[in-house]
Unconditional design. Structure first.
Length: 79
């Protein structure tokens, strides 16, 4: 009986550890080096950081979300 109880407690501790270790992924958009906005998905927890950082984009030319029609350098960093 003690063995079953200790196994159940160990399983519960593992579940708590793994569920609390996941991190939220925050992606930030920069235009011409200025921070424009950050997004996060509150329902999703990431356990492998590579999944989050794969959403990053190197600096490239694109259109501004602030000023219509203006071409800017866009960079997205996720961490």
């Amino acid at each position: 009986m003690k063995k079953m109880l200790s196994l159940a407690v160990a399983a519960l501790v593992c579940v708590i550890c793994f569920s609390s270790c996941g991190k939220k992924c925050v992606c930030t958009r920069y235009e011409d080096g200025k921070k424009i906005y950050s997004t996060t998905d509150n329902d999703v927890r990431i356990f492998d950081n590579k999944v989050c950082t794969d959403g990053s984009q190197d600096a490239h030319q694109g259109y501004s979300v602030v000023t219509d029609g203006k071409e800017v350098t866009v960079e997205i960093k996720c961490k």
